[in-house]
Design a protein around this ligand. Structure first.
Ligand code: RIB
Length: 292
């Protein structure tokens, strides 16, 4: 039996993604002519919030945007997904976060200008403390200040709320943070750096490593990825994380939550843009792994 009416609290970035497709990547000092340019809603925090909301979770997002057209458009989109935005600050005189994304060779390269995301501070957390203490699961990433991640995790430990950290983009994590996190969900590159930084710490039981088309590894077991036609991998990890948080909040064991979140991520890469392909719960449950 799974729990009903659970809440996922996501604290993280909200960006406008500026995506260019190109066959040829420029070398240093070189200009190349690329393909299409499209803007998509993005940001790891916002993407994970949309992934969890589409799967039927009640989602509260704590974040920040600037008072510009990107901020307004992104908040409208998130509101349309039914996400509670009471914890999102609109910072006057500040730009909304922007991600410059190059799509090439079936993968993405991303540079983020964080803008308003740097205002996701411990003070903003204090202003939204109830949203945090009344949630069933907390999910964060590292496009917001790490001191905020540490601050929230300390609160969560006292309140006995599980915390998932998607350590992207990678930064070194303190021993206190590593100790207090419930699960850490790096991709293969981030996992390599994390292991180098934590060689004598016992974190293997917390590590859920996403490896793209090679699936997900947890406690030495590999959960394979479904084979699908890949259009855009941007946001695949975010879909996995949002889905994982949604399933864990409902009390679904990891042995079921990981393969289901894996399916959600596989479906998400079949459409362009981070959020466009994120599936509903029905799409995940009806997905036939044999056919794809
Ligand atoms: O994980 C993908 C996301 O990373 C993009 O949407 C971009 O905004 C960056 O935050």
């Amino acid at each position: 039996m799974t729990k009903q009416d659970t809440t996922v609290c996501i604290i993280g970035s909200i960006n406008m993604d500026m995506t260019i497709t190109t066959k040829q990547l420029p070398a240093k000092g070189e200009t190349v002519i690329g393909g299409e340019f499209i803007t998509y809603p993005g940001g790891k925090g916002a993407n994970q919030a949309v992934a969890a909301a589409r799967l039927g979770s009640a989602v509260k997002l704590i974040g920040a945007v600037g008072d510009d057209v990107f901020g307004t458009s992104l908040l409208n989109g998130l509101q349309g997904e039914g996400i509670n935005l009471d914890g999102v600050r609109v910072k006057a005189g500040c730009s909304t976060g922007v991600a410059n994304i190059i799509l090439s060779e079936h993968d993405n390269r991303i540079i983020v200008a964080p803008g308003a995301n740097t205002y996701v501070t411990p003070k903003l957390i204090d202003q939204n403390i109830e949203a945090i203490t009344t949630s069933d699961v907390i999910l964060m990433q590292l496009e917001i200040p790490i001191e905020t991640v540490e601050y929230v995790t300390n609160i969560a430990v006292k309140e006995k709320i599980p915390v998932i950290l998607n350590p992207a983009p990678y930064q070194k994590l303190s021993a206190n943070l590593l100790n207090n996190l419930t699960y850490i969900t790096p991709n293969a590159l981030e996992a390599r750096e994390l292991k180098l930084d934590t060689d004598c710490l016992e974190i293997d039981d917390k590590l859920i490593v996403t490896k793209g088309s090679e699936g997900v590894e947890y406690k030495g077991r590999c959960y394979p990825a479904s084979v699908v036609e890949v259009k855009d991998t941007t946001g695949a990890g975010d879909t996995f994380n949002g889905a994982l948080a949604a399933f864990i909040s409902k009390g679904i064991p990891l042995s079921e939550a990981i393969p289901k979140a894996n399916i959600a991520a596989a479906i998400s890469v079949t459409k362009e843009g981070a959020q466009t392909g994120m599936p509903s719960l029905a799409e995940v449950l009806n997905f036939n792994t044999e056919v794809h």
